[in-house]
Design a binder for this molecule. Structure first.
Ligand code: SF4
Ligand code: SF4
Length: 167
């Protein structure tokens, strides 16, 4: 009996004198480093094929497709984190292999710590494509177009010659 009372006194004294936080600062937790954590999106514009599947499946219309000047893969997703519910469907549906072009990976604790959300633009995951990359793609497309044109002309000339030989 006395032992039980002493245990209770010890527990109450400990609760009174040993301060422990009611909540923990989650920014110090490492859960955002785990592969299954669903945080801010990482978008790989180089592997994205612009299929629009992520945009179509998004239940909250958090995705907007950004138009690019080159024809192949002429759209790429951008995400509004203020309406995203981090369901991960966009990542699940992305068909690119071996890596998905849209991945919910990074932790973004500043979203809940307050302060920065004054500017709506801060909620967006924008895809920043360097002008040099755009120029490179446009040049490659132009080279392919010229090559195709030359091949078509060559084929046309060949057919013309064949017809003349037969005549
Ligand atoms: S995680 Fe879900 S809600 Fe957020 S952008 Fe992807 S599909 Fe939309
Ligand atoms: S689903 Fe994947 S490949 Fe298709 S547009 Fe979205 S990020 Fe690009």
């Amino acid at each position: 009996m006395i032992v039980e009372v002493l245990k209770k006194v010890y527990r109450v004294s400990k609760a009174l004198w040993v301060k422990s936080p009611a909540t923990h600062d989650i920014r110090s937790h490492l859960m955002h480093d785990t592969p299954r954590f669903r945080g801010e999106h990482t978008i790989d514009y180089e592997t994205c094929i612009g299929c629009d599947a992520c945009n179509k499946i998004c239940p909250t219309h958090a995705i907007t497709m950004k138009h690019l000047p080159f024809k192949k893969q002429n759209i790429v997703p951008e995400v509004n984190l203020s309406v995203c519910i981090f369901c991960g469907l966009c990542e699940d549906v992305c068909p690119t292999k071996p890596e998905k072009s849209i991945i919910l990976s990074g932790g973004r604790y500043d979203m809940i710590s307050g302060g920065w959300h004054q500017d709506q633009q801060d909620f967006w995951v924008h895809v920043d494509i360097p002008q040099s990359y755009i120029d490179e793609r446009l040049e490659a497309e132009e080279a392919t177009r010229v090559k195709k044109e030359m091949m078509a002309k060559k084929k046309e000339a060949q057919l013309h010659n064949e017809k003349e030989d037969k005549a």
